[in-house]
Ligand binder design. Structure first.
Ligand SMILES: C[S@@+](CC[C@H](N)C(=O)[O-])C[C@H]1O[C@@H](n2cnc3c(N)ncnc32)[C@H](O)[C@@H]1O
Length: 301
């Protein structure tokens, strides 16, 4: 991982841990219970992989077999896990998407003229970047190689998939600062935002394809949507489309798809995988901001 990307993940991790966690109790209990079940059901004779292991806030490491490996590209995550759980876990610090380094290089190329090192104006740079993004083919090569070499019995994805698009956006915005890469007017098309969304779709799909192609039991937890609302928000009975499950009684509601429209069960079904359990819950991340979290257990074909 390059230095700027490690720095970006470190900043994000610090911001995540610095949030007021007063409203996180229910979320933490549910995610720990779900991931704990996955860890307990794992074959301890084979490796177990925890992707997005982070600082171990959401991962009940006391239930993890000795053969469990953490995976998180944030440079302090392993140490934070040691401090929280008193366990020095074998760790992989690679980018789980395989696409971030190339994305970062492409953004820099668009923002700066390579010959003069002068910054392009934001509109020109955004147009250029929108033209370059479709040629990127994010592929999680390190993850695929690790799975091939270690053949884990169980893979947990602990709340990282919904981060891929957000991280890409943060990376682009940081490179354009103090300018903005976005068109800003919601009435006008924004080619860069659309190109980045397509990159996110390819990244999430590539990640899921790699997981589903393994013969591991999958326990996946991810933000399905980020919801901004100033009124009461509830979840109705399970509905395949997450939008149909949200119940807002009053006030305004704005929801953002964290997976750029990728439906995880459909993506897994392309590999013959069946989702045998599915849950959703609301996570009060901050006042007015709630995440719709999805937890899926998928068995190998
Ligand atoms: C919302 S946090 C999850 C927190 C974590 N599950 C815990 O228990 O503390 C997302 C985690 O995914 C990691 N992450 C995000 N994108 C990643 C990537 N492309 N490769 C590796 N790790 C990534 C971040 O560093 C962060 O620790």
């Amino acid at each position: 991982m390059s230095k700027p990307l490690s720095r970006l993940l470190r900043r994000e991790q610090r911001a995540f841990l610095a949030r007021d966690r007063a409203g996180w109790k229910a979320h933490l209990a549910r995610i720990r219970a779900f991931l704990g079940e996955g860890l307990q059901a794992a074959d301890p004779g084979r490796p177990v992989l925890v992707l997005g292991a982070g600082a171990g806030l959401e991962v009940p490491w006391d239930q993890a077999p000795a053969s469990t490996v953490g995976w998180d590209a944030e440079p302090w995550s392993r140490l934070r896990t040691l401090l929280r759980h008193r366990r020095w876990v074998p760790w992989v610090f690679e980018d789980a998407t395989g696409g971030l380094v190339e994305l970062d290089a492409t953004v820099r190329r668009a923002v700066m003229e390579p010959w003069s090192k002068r910054r392009r104006d934001p509109t020109t740079a955004a147009r250029r970047l929108a033209g370059l993004l479709p040629s990127l083919q994010p592929h999680p090569a390190a993850l695929a190689a690790w799975i091939d070499a270690h053949r884990p019995s169980t893979i947990l994805a602990a709340n990282l998939m919904g981060q891929f698009g957000v991280l890409a956006e943060t990376l682009v915005e940081a490179a354009f600062a103090p300018g903005s890469p976005w068109v800003g007017d919601p009435e006008r098309p924004d080619p860069l935002a659309e190109a980045l969304e397509t990159w996110t779709i390819r990244t999430v799909t590539g990640f899921l394809d790699t997981l589903a192609a393994s013969d591991a039991d999958l326990w996946l937890v991810h933000d399905r949507a980020v919801v901004f609302s100033d009124g009461r928000l509830d979840l109705g009975p399970w509905a395949e489309a997450w939008t149909a499950q949200l119940r807002a009684e009053t006030g305004t509601l704005e929801a953002r798809d964290a997976l750029a429209g990728v439906e995880v069960p459909e993506a897994l079904a392309r590999h013959g995988r069946a989702v045998v359990r599915a849950e959703r819950w609301l996570w009060d991340l901050a006042p007015g901001q709630r995440h719709l979290v999805e937890a899926l257990h998928a068995r190998p074909a």
